[in-house]
Design a protein around this ligand. Structure first.
Ligand SMILES: Cc1cc2nc3c(=O)[nH]c(=O)nc-3n(C[C@H](O)[C@H](O)[C@H](O)COP(=O)(O)O)c2cc1C
Length: 209
């Protein structure tokens, strides 16, 4: 089949998110300007640059309840800081709980019964049970086309200032993803787990002097 986006796919569910898979989950913790902790998953999330390390994610509204923007976006723009917490198979249920539509006064760490750890370079707390965290500084927002009712969609770019890696997931100086077991987002309501890992060296350069 082929479908033109503006004419629609005619399928029971939108297939778009089954094509860009698996998507890493940026499980993002922030603080509101008033100091209320916030935690939410974002799967339009990725690394954007290695040197310096930078990350991107997209926040899009309308969210549930007719909100025009999301707390994570508001908090990052107001405070300039966020933390990404690795979402793992062991934390899948908790991650999902933190996606609940709740007001900015609700602390999703409490909602999902998650302990926190302080960060070192930024103020938002970390998910204690998560084995890898990145402390980030807000870089900029790129506005994207929002929804017809005025909901805001925006790509947030952040610079990674520091990375925590739990000693128990390091094997011979490498992050052992077989131990971490990150989860990735697929289409529909589906997820996957990183549990098959194979190496493949890059091709050697050919030609030239
Ligand atoms: C696995 C998963 C991935 C999600 N990815 C996104 C995303 O990329 N962008 C987005 O706007 N919402 C995404 N959501 C929904 C948000 O997590 C949800 O709207 C949440 O309530 C936002 O919280 P906040 O208002 O505290 O920022 C995702 C939800 C789940 C469960």
């Amino acid at each position: 089949m082929f479908y033109e986006i503006k004419k629609g796919h005619g399928l029971p569910h939108n297939p778009f998110q089954s094509y860009i898979v698996p998507r890493p989950i940026g499980w993002i913790s922030t603080l509101s300007a008033d100091g209320v902790p916030n935690l939410a998953p974002f799967s339009f999330f990725n690394g954007a640059l290695s040197h310096p390390p930078m990350v991107v994610f997209t926040s899009s509204a309308p969210a549930e309840g007719g909100r025009k923007t999301k707390d994570t976006l508001v908090n990052i723009e107001e405070t300039g800081e966020f933390v990404t917490n690795m979402a793992t198979e062991a934390l899948a249920e908790e991650m999902n709980l933190t996606s609940a539509y709740v007001g900015p006064e609700v602390d999703e760490f409490d909602l999902a019964n998650l302990d926190t750890l302080p960060s070192i370079l930024v103020k938002p707390p970390r998910v204690a049970a998560s084995p890898i965290h990145m402390e980030c500084e807000y870089f900029k927002t790129v506005e994207l086309p929002g929804s017809p009712d005025g909901g805001r969609a925006a790509l947030v770019v952040g610079t990674v200032l520091g990375i925590h890696i739990a000693d128990e997931v390091l094997t011979d100086g490498r992050i052992d993803l077989g131990k971490v077991r990150p989860i990735g987002r697929l289409g529909y309501m589906d997820y996957t787990v990183v549990d098959t890992i194979f190496p493949m060296p890059r091709p050697k350069p050919v030609g030239g002097d």
